[in-house]
Design a protein around this ligand. Structure first.
Ligand SMILES: [Zn+2]
Length: 450
């Protein structure tokens, strides 16, 4: 017998980016959702008339712009309260602003800030995120509990450090405790909440981890089928120190490669100063790059050569990298991904500037692929899970749209408005696996305008 549970139909301008540079759009479109999945996408005229056994509950608005849920593949939960702090570069900034903040991220704070952080993500239109917590098991555990409550799709892990850590354990105990705690967290949370939660072993970076820690983290990730996340080649001084510390390695990437950290489940933050050899290794091992342009500009780390990474065949997604990036807002990260390559092009005419369609791909299907979820997330193809971000056109337009001929706007115009003016003020609603996270503020405005 066929199900008669009503389907949900979202009507609006529907936009996705299945390939790098390829935008797909239905100006008066519709997405049909059933059982947490995309049933069908197409023009409203066609889908609205199609006969089905189940009724459709329609949510219609000529102001809605409907995108696949935005995916943030690199951010730090405990750091959010210290955004926009300090003017130094990476290593100084970590010691002055980040380590003191993370040092206090223990116990109940994980529950309180975890819950607030996940609702902030949804408010910004983000439906999936890969997140670092601090070095403590208790706060990471409570943050996972909050993540389960939030209904968001979260990949997360306790930050691992056994060199120059801000913790207070005796040096000889640090390594074994970090491994034991991460393993416990992984066993408890990996694949929980119907698979919405996943564990990521999270060695901070080569300067904060012994070779033994990196090797053990890699082994455990393999054993449990988890992600690995770390930072690679973010800052010149960091790269210089890694060269001195690991003099037997060919380069920074080789440090991770020798430890077994590079594979298709690995997410590498930044990757700005890579050689062609290192690029080839990332492409070959299937490791992904989290491009964090707002953070790279904030800490004066450099501009990642996006075109070169893509040409080498590396999988790339976008990261807000809060608190090095000042906002969780992925629309701003997309804008920065375009503008930082523009800045590079002023001194190098060979630099290609990504289009809005291309950066949308990086924040959706590209990021999904980087997380190994390209076949279940990232576009509106039927059968994929219904993670969706709905933007409010009127909130993006000057004067709330009263001076704009809305019917003349193309999907490309609407995407550009989201990238250049998008933010939480314009997020109407997010869905994770078909479940709505409505945003009260935007909704109140929405009603008031009508
Ligand atoms: Zn980071």
């Amino acid at each position: 017998m066929e199900s008669t549970t009503p389907l949900l139909g979202l009507r609006g301008c529907v936009i996705d980016a299945p390939e790098y540079g390829k935008l797909r759009a239905w100006r008066d479109g519709a997405v049909i959702i059933g059982d947490g999945r995309i049933v069908e996408v197409g023009s409203f005229q066609f889908l609205g008339r199609k006969h089905r056994p189940q009724p459709i509950h329609w949510q219609q608005s000529d102001r809605a712009i409907i995108f696949p849920g935005l995916i943030d593949i690199h951010t730090h939960l405990p750091q959010y309260p210290v955004v926009a702090r300090g003017r130094g570069q990476l290593l100084e900034w970590l010691h002055q602003h980040v380590f003191p903040r993370e040092r206090n991220f223990t116990g109940q704070i994980g529950a309180r800030e975890g819950a607030a952080f996940f609702s902030e993500l949804a408010r910004h239109g983000t439906t999936t995120a890969a997140i670092y917590t601090a070095i403590y098991e208790d706060s990471c555990d409570l943050a996972f509990e909050a993540a389960a409550q939030s209904g968001m799709r979260i990949i997360m892990g306790q930050t691992m450090m056994d060199v120059g850590t801000y913790g207070t354990l005796q040096p000889r105990k640090i390594l074994s405790v970090a491994l034991l705690e991460s393993e416990r967290l992984c066993r408890k949370w990996h694949s929980e909440a119907d698979g919405l939660l996943e564990y990521a072993f999270s060695p901070r970076f080569a300067l904060a981890c012994s070779e033994r820690l990196m090797r053990s983290a890699a082994e455990m990730a393999l054993e449990f089928g988890c992600h690995i996340q770390t930072h690679l080649s973010e800052n010149r001084e960091e790269c210089e120190r890694v060269r001195h510390l690991f003099s037997k390695a060919l380069d920074y990437t080789d440090v991770y490669d020798k430890a077994g950290l590079l594979g298709p489940q690995t997410i590498l933050g930044h990757c700005i100063h890579l050689s062609p050899r290192e690029r080839a290794v990332l492409a070959e091992t299937g490791a992904s790059v989290a491009h964090c342009p707002t953070a790279n500009l904030y800490l004066s780390s450099g501009i990642m050569p996006l075109g070169e990474h893509l040409a080498a065949g590396i999988k790339v997604g976008l990261g807000s990298d809060v608190a090095a990036g000042p906002e969780l807002n992925l629309w701003q990260v997309m804008r920065s991904a375009i503008e930082s390559q523009k800045a590079r092009s002023f001194s190098d005419p060979n630099v290609t500037i990504p289009s809005p369609a291309e950066v949308l791909h990086l924040a959706t299907q590209g990021a999904a692929t980087a997380l190994g979820k390209g076949d279940i997330l990232g576009t509106f193809d039927s059968g994929k899970e219904a993670d969706i971000t709905v933007m409010d056109l009127a909130a993006l337009l000057p004067y709330g749209g009263t001076e704009t001929k809305i019917e003349d706007l193309t999907p490309d115009d609407m995407l550009a408005l989201c990238i250049y003016r998008g933010g939480p003020h314009a997020v109407l609603e997010t869905f994770v696996r078909g479940v709505s996270h409505a945003h009260a503020h935007a909704h109140a405005e929405h009603v008031a305008h009508e």
